[in-house]
Write a protein that binds this ligand. Structure first.
Ligand SMILES: [Fe+2]
Ligand SMILES: [Fe+2]
Length: 170
């Protein structure tokens, strides 16, 4: 049985995963309009991934005698200066999500909810991977810039990242 405080914290976190999914959807759409083909696919995939995270949490709550709440759709930011801004905001979003996951870990500890401690570890690892992914993109942009041919190089790098992450079991 799920601890009530933990249940509330997971429900609050469900909102963050839903918002992240929607934010990445808006970023994918921006990339598509801008013409960055690989970045477009990458961000559509990210959006699906975040929805998957949300579902994982919804089902965990419901399967453990709790009640999951489905959040309203928040309007995401749709206009961006450049792909650099998109990547910056992605990393910021991931850092905020990580913080929220870590708060759940701390709460589980405090409430001695060891089942959820175990369950939430998957998210702890996932967040490490996500942060590192967006940090590497940010580094790339810092090194090559986003002018002219650099944009094509960056899009190619994103293609490689897509291949690298596609083989990982989810
Ligand atoms: Fe997520
Ligand atoms: Fe994420």
């Amino acid at each position: 049985m799920l601890n009530k405080k933990v249940e509330k914290a997971i429900n609050d976190h469900i909102v963050k995963e839903a918002d992240a999914s929607n934010a990445y959807l808006a970023m994918a759409s921006w990339c598509e309009n801008f013409g960055l083909r690989e970045s477009t696919e990458f961000y559509y995939e990210q959006s699906i991934e975040e929805r998957g995270h949300m579902l994982k949490l919804v089902r965990y709550v419901n399967e453990n005698d709790g009640r999951a709440h489905i959040p309203a759709v928040k309007k995401p930011k749709e206009d961006f200066e450049s792909i650099a801004e998109v990547v910056d905001l992605s990393l910021e979003q991931e850092i905020a999500v990580t913080k929220s996951i870590h708060e759940i870990v701390a709460l589980c500890d405090q409430e001695k909810d060891y089942g959820t401690t175990n369950f939430i570890q998957w998210f702890v690892q996932e967040q490490q991977e996500e942060e590192s992914l967006f940090r590497s993109l940010k580094d790339m942009i810092r090194m090559i810039g986003i002018e002219g041919v650099s944009l094509i190089m960056l899009d190619n790098e994103i293609a490689k990242l897509r291949q690298a992450t596609a083989v990982e079991p989810n």
